[in-house]
Design a protein around this ligand. Structure first.
Ligand SMILES: C[S@@+](CC[C@H](N)C(=O)[O-])C[C@H]1O[C@@H](n2cnc3c(N)ncnc32)[C@H](O)[C@@H]1O
Length: 264
């Protein structure tokens, strides 16, 4: 029996905005895998759960390659066996999530670049800005004649203000650049997930693009690096993760004492 099975279903309040408070809305009861005063984690498929959730800022890093995360195996039973359909469905779900701004971190690789640019084309009306994360120590390519992958994209999608690059309500001026630079992996929990965010990245997004008390959503939450950054900055967070083994680590991480990074 999973933790999910053992918990009673919980119906979460209808969406309301007012006084800066936005609660999530679900159309049918969802059972959290983990819940505390500021973080909720759902174990399941973002394509099914995310459309039922409302937040303020989404930050997520979906699987890049079609071979990952049971994509091929799951596609065998659905989608006529085509894993690209599954990947595209996930990417579209993330780009259109019920959050004011949706930051989606992806890397263009040989196996996904066609799909990626088709996705960007289809969502171009929502594309607000692009952030580039460059790596100081990119892993060297094993094959001759192939460039080392030294950067990743963080695409930002929005609805109302997508045609403008201004992030309304943010107070910084001239101090936040659209290129961030760092070494590859800096996450003390990285041994539990080979594709975890470096901890500074969600911390940087949360600090610069959200306000205290807002809800940060991660649709592919992994071991909860985004959720942890949200909690440490005094935000609330909702995560969705397909693999229970990662939900379990994320839940352990949430239960740790807060760093209390404050209102930044
Ligand atoms: C690149 S990892 C994210 C890691 C995360 N940023 C962290 O720091 O731990 C992508 C995650 O998405 C999850 N995933 C893949 N497909 C999913 C889906 N349809 N719904 C929810 N999660 C999914 C994978 O299991 C994996 O943990």
């Amino acid at each position: 029996m999973t933790a999910q099975d053992s918990m009673p279903p919980v119906t979460i309040a209808e969406a309301q905005s007012g006084g800066g408070v936005v609660l999530q809305r679900v159309v049918s009861p969802l059972r959290p895998y983990y819940e505390d005063a500021s973080v909720t984690i759902y174990h399941g498929d973002a394509c099914e759960i995310l459309p039922q959730i409302r937040g303020d800022v989404l930050l997520t890093s979906p699987p890049y390659g079609v071979q990952e995360n049971n994509m091929v195996e799951r596609a065998k039973h659905k989608y006529g066996g085509n894993p690209d359909v599954l990947t595209r469905q996930l990417l579209d779900t993330l780009a259109t999530a019920n959050c004011k701004w949706r930051f989606v971190n992806v890397q263009a690789l040989a196996g996904n670049k066609r799909l990626l640019w088709q996705w960007i084309g289809a969502n171009s009306d929502r594309l607000k800005d692009v952030i580039v994360w460059t790596k100081e120590n990119p892993p060297p390519q094993m094959e001759a004649g192939v460039l080392n992958c030294a950067f990743e994209f963080i695409f930002c999608f929005a609805d109302a203000d997508a045609d403008k690059r201004k992030f309304g309500g943010m107070e910084w001026q001239g101090t936040v650049a659209n290129v961030v630079r760092s070494a590859v992996s800096a996450n003390e929990w990285a041994k539990y997930h080979r594709a975890a965010f470096p901890e500074w990245l969600p911390s940087w997004v949360v600090a610069n693009f959200s306000k205290p008390g807002e809800i940060i959503v991660d649709g592919c939450a992994g071991i909860g690096t985004t959720l942890r950054a949200a909690k440490d900055h005094g935000r609330r967070a909702i995560g969705v993760e397909l693999e229970e083994k990662y939900c379990e680590i994320a839940a352990k991480r949430m239960a740790q004492e807060c760093l209390g990074l404050g209102v930044g």
